[in-house]
Ligand binder design. Structure first.
Ligand code: MSP
Length: 509
């Protein structure tokens, strides 16, 4: 199986924030999970560097657009790396290969008879880089996403005949009810299509920071058309000398609801016109909020992921965001919330369990995980719970329900903690007659932690690998395939005792 997953390419008008981190983490979780399944995975992220918004940001800093983007793009690349994202490529829309591909793509639209020159006027929000219909604005006439007033923009531009695709788009949506998830976003996109689609301007004559229209050097291609095409162009030059399109296209897109229309309406129409297969699907998540308001550069209320990573590490941030805000819904995030989940769940429930398990095996069995024995049967209910957890977590990752996967895994972590309390290995250790039982309990804890680690790997990869190493599971860092995620896959190896996996944090909560 092939799995091509993308994040939106982020605007480089300001520093990256938690909102960008959130999508990148979610896409990375899915990429890692699919690799564990043995799928052929390609994971793409990158930066969107053209358009008015970027040109303005550069001007405010007294830089040329090129200088500005060359300074800012690395910040986004660094964020992906700092988050532990396993992206296979990082695209920049100022890459010359991308620019050439965009020009060839719009030539295809033109050859299909879908481009026309016209004069257009509309209300344009620079923060969105998009036109708004009056009916969709807030009551005070501002953009509902950015709280600023769109301005009237009128130009002679090239148009893409989006209206031609209305019926095909509606038919495609009806034939593929799961194509956009969740259902509420699918309905929103479909009703937008059914309300009637206007043709859209796909070039600008008023700005120069963009990819020139190949047949008219006086115009540049609209930044959104330029940007959407990245999902295809990247495959043609990510591996020099190799075209990966046939191997990976179509993609599965991750994005937030702010850019639904572009991805679920305009993008499929462009692909139809240019003769490409449509994406496999799109997952539309909600907003991270701060005190109930959308976190955004334009609103200036952002949390800085670099600061959080420096303080607590990337994996607690990955865990927190995936655990706290269900993909598809909005959710408030805060540093206090992160500390609370870290201390309660990562430090107490998981970290302590790992330490206790290793130290009990150290103390009572000289560091060797006991061999399977007849008493293991007595704990078959825990083994069954472990197997059920592995299956259920997998099904949830398959459905891109990462929060639900974590809930399932955590129920099992709590089950293992209860096992320690119920069986009280320190008491069993005092009674020679209970040696078989103690073996079974220690083995169950190790086997349970091994399955837990394999299921947690997509979200907290290094911590998961570290647990497997401490349990002496050979090849832990190279062989994480879910194929091997069975209870009896535990090797009777020597455990290693290490410092706390997640040392308690004193600040915050
Ligand atoms: N450049 C366009 C996307 C082009 S894709 C062909 C763009 N860039 S952006 O920098 O504004 O990023 C928007 C995306 O960042 C959202 O769709 C979402 O994935 C992520 N987020 C930005 N702020 C967010 C929140 N407050 N909450 C959740 N995700 C957010 O739009």
């Amino acid at each position: 199986m092939r799995f091509y997953v993308t994040t939106p390419i982020y605007y480089v008008n300001g520093e990256p924030h938690h909102g960008h981190a959130y999508t990148t983490i979610a896409a990375d979780v899915l990429a890692r999970y699919h690799r564990q399944k043995g799928d052929d995975v390609f994971f793409l992220t990158g930066t969107d560097e053209h358009g008015t918004k970027i040109a303005q940001a550069a001007e405010e800093r007294g830089l040329t657009p090129q200088q500005h983007v060359d300074e800012m793009a690395p910040r986004y690349r660094e964020l992906a790396a700092a988050l532990g994202a396993s992206n296979d490529f990082f695209i920049r829309t100022t890459d010359s290969e991308h620019e050439a591909f965009v020009q060839a793509f719009v030539e295809k639209l033109k050859a299909a008879g879908d481009i026309e020159k016209r004069t257009y006027g509309g209300l344009y929000c620079t923060a969105c880089e998009g036109f708004w219909y009056e009916r969709d604005l807030a009551p005070d006439g501002t953009c509902p996403d950015h709280g600023i007033k769109p301005v009237w923009l009128e130009e002679e531009n090239y148009y893409f005949l989006l209206s031609k695709y209305q019926d095909r788009l509606a038919a495609f949506f009806r034939a593929n009810p799961g194509w956009v998830k969740p259902k509420s976003r699918y309905n929103e996109a479909l009703s937008f299509i059914e309300q009637g689609l206007d043709d859209i301007s796909i070039s600008r004559s008023s700005i120069t920071w963009g990819v020139p229209v190949p047949w008219d050097e006086g115009q540049v291609i609209y930044v959104w058309v330029d940007a959407l095409i990245n999902y295809l162009s990247a495959l043609t030059y990510a591996r020099p000398g190799e075209d990966l399109t046939a191997r990976y296209w179509p993609a599965f897109h991750f994005l937030a609801k702010d850019i639904l229309k572009f991805h679920a309406v305009i993008w499929p129409a462009l692909l139809m016109s240019a003769g490409y297969e449509l994406p496999d699907g799109e997952l539309i998540h909600g907003y991270l909020l701060v005190g109930g308001e959308k976190m955004s550069k334009t609103r200036g209320n952002v949390l800085d992921p670099f600061a959080v990573i420096a303080e607590v590490g990337a994996e607690p941030l990955r865990y927190y965001l995936m655990r706290e805000v269900t993909l598809g819904q909005d959710g408030d995030v805060s540093v206090e919330g992160l500390y609370a989940r870290y201390n309660n769940e990562l430090a107490n429930e998981l970290g302590n369990l790992v330490s206790r398990t290793a130290s009990m095996i150290g103390k009572y069995r000289e560091g060797g995980i006991p061999q399977a024995g007849p008493e293991d049967e007595a704990l078959s209910e825990v083994a069954a719970a472990g197997a059920a957890m592995t299956r259920a977590a997998g099904a949830r990752y398959d459905a891109a329900e990462v929060t639900a996967a974590l809930e399932t895994i955590w129920e099992f972590v709590r089950r293992l903690n209860r096992l320690v309390e119920e069986e009280a290995p320190w008491k069993l250790a005092k009674d020679q007659a209970q040696a078989g039982r103690l073996d079974a309990v220690l083995r169950a804890l190790a086997a349970g932690l091994r399955l837990t680690s394999l299921s947690l790997y997509p979200v907290i990869p290094s911590a998961a690998v570290e647990v497997l190493r401490r349990l002496g599971q050979a090849h832990a860092d190279t062989d994480l395939r879910l194929e091997g995620a069975v209870w009896d896959g535990l090797e009777a190896a020597a455990v290693a005792i290490g410092p706390p996996l997640f040392p308690r944090l004193e600040r915050g909560a």
